[in-house]
Ligand binder design. Structure first.
Ligand code: UD1
Length: 421
């Protein structure tokens, strides 16, 4: 087990260049098996979720090579259509491979995927989307067995705009002859990035970013060199980190247009944000104001992946903030840890009422999921004294050495190996 030690009270002031987004890289890695050619991805962060996805691809017969932040995926040896059981349980994104494997083999076998414990996270929308493409899906002994012999292009309607299900069905459809239309598709920017990647491979996909995505099937795809989009959640987290200390952050490679909802809340709290093409500069006041209400929604609403970081900021803001989590049902698990740091957070179902206290104080706390761990780091930066965040390895699922990013902005943050005996 490892931990982060953060000594709070330092005003952050520094620069950071944002890496490619985990949520863009993962589906793109899955899409790389839609061709037999090599794909090269640039500016890939070194994240445990990405390493697990690489391991899964290797188990299926691909070669995955990393050199610095460049990753090469060679799917020429792809030979298995059964997902490895234990590895697949480590990351929810393993489910993304279902669509591409079906496309390549017309059959697939997977176990239920794993991931952060932030809610029920079923996969019914993925399976329903694939069924609408003619896939026969059966569950047998904890395995999901898919028979894609009858796959054909057509209309797919999602009952809810799930990000992963939209991406999965897009990937399943690109090589089907004819036109597939996805209705009520999710609109997250990472889906538009997957569309760009697929189109660079030779696919004909349009409409990503809207609720209707149209796919004209092609016969084959080829390998490409691609830089996935920058991570809007890492950018938002670092801005929140600077805001917690009344500081400044100058971030480059920021997808500003995709951060509208986050910028708007930070501005409501009193921050001044200057946006310049792919750069954003934040100046925070000495003490933030509470926001009236924050409701998470599918994009372009406020992203659930930034909710708990905002909760951490609200904990020491002037006034009372209300947060409603509409996307996942279990995303307030860090309220107790923040309360241990002196916060006043009351959770009732999907709503949290946060009464800002003048100052948080350092404590020993535990990261329970990826974003929650980052939120504790944000709280720690603005707190008095030292905070130890245990289980910091969960933060590594989505932040490539968060402590390095924070130190570059002027924080006192170090990684510690904890003795578990
Ligand atoms: C993706 C992101 C994740 C983000 C989430 C919402 C990746 C790798 N992860 O996750 O960081 O928090 O979008 O923006 O891109 N649901 C079902 N059945 C399904 C699928 C989802 O009920 O088959 C529910 C989920 O439990 C959740 C909601 O739909 O309550 C949204 O999930 P979804 O949009 O699918 O998120 P993910 O793709 O898992």
């Amino acid at each position: 087990m490892n931990a982060l030690r953060i000594r709070g009270g330092r005003r952050l002031d520094g620069e950071w260049n944002i890496h490619s987004a985990k949520n863009a890289v993962l589906p793109i890695m899955a899409a790389a098996i839609l061709t037999q050619d090599k794909t090269t991805l640039e500016r890939c962060p070194n994240l445990s979720d990405i390493r697990y996805m690489g391991d899964i691809l290797e188990t299926l017969g691909c070669r995955v090579k990393r050199s610095g932040d460049v990753m090469e995926i060679d799917p020429a040896g792809l030979c298995r259509y059964e997902m490895p059981d234990q590895l697949s349980k480590k990351i929810r994104s393993s489910i993304f491979l279902l669509g591409p494997i079906l496309s390549r083999f017309r059959k697939a076998a997977v176990t239920f995927p794993g991931g952060c414990e932030i809610g029920l996270r079923p996969i019914d929308l993925h399976l329903s989307g694939l069924r609408q493409l003619g896939v026969d899906v059966r569950e047998e002994g904890g395995l999901i067995l898919c028979d894609g012999q009858g796959m054909r292009a057509g209309n797919v309607h999602f009952d809810y705009p799930s990000v992963g299900a939209t991406e999965n069905v897009m990937m399943a459809a690109v090589l089907l002859r004819g036109r597939t239309t996805l209705h009520n598709a999710a609109r997250e920017p990472e889906i538009a990035d997957l569309q760009s990647f697929l189109c660079r491979m030779g696919a004909r996909v349009s409409g990503a970013g809207t609720h209707t995505i149209a796919i004209e099937g092609v016969n084959r795809l080829h390998g490409v060199h691609y830089q996935p989009m920058a991570d809007r959640i890492v950018a938002g987290t670092l801005m929140a980190a600077a805001a917690a200390t009344g500081g400044t952050a100058h971030l480059t490679n920021v997808p500003c247009g995709d951060l509208c909802a986050v910028f708007s809340k930070l501005r409501e709290m009193g921050c001044v944000i200057t946006e310049k093409e792919n750069e954003a500069i934040l100046h925070a006041p000495a003490r933030l104001n509470a926001f009236h209400q924050l409701q998470t929604q599918p994009h372009p609403g406020f992203p659930t992946d930034m909710q708990v970081q905002m909760l951490a900021l609200a904990a020491s803001a002037k006034g009372t903030s209300v947060i409603v989590e509409n996307v996942f049902e279990n995303r307030f698990t860090h309220a107790g840890d923040l309360n241990r740091m002196g916060a006043d957070v009351l959770v009732n179902g999907r709503t949290a009422v946060v009464k800002g206290v003048p100052k948080l104080c350092g404590a020993r706390v535990t990261a329970r999921d990826l974003r929650g761990g980052a939120a504790l780091a944000i709280a720690a930066l603005g707190a008095e004294g030292e905070t130890i965040i245990e289980h910091a390895q969960l933060i590594d699922r989505g932040y490539d050495h968060l402590e390095d990013m924070l130190c570059a902005l002027g924080a006192d943050a170090v990684r510690m190996e904890m003795n578990t005996q």
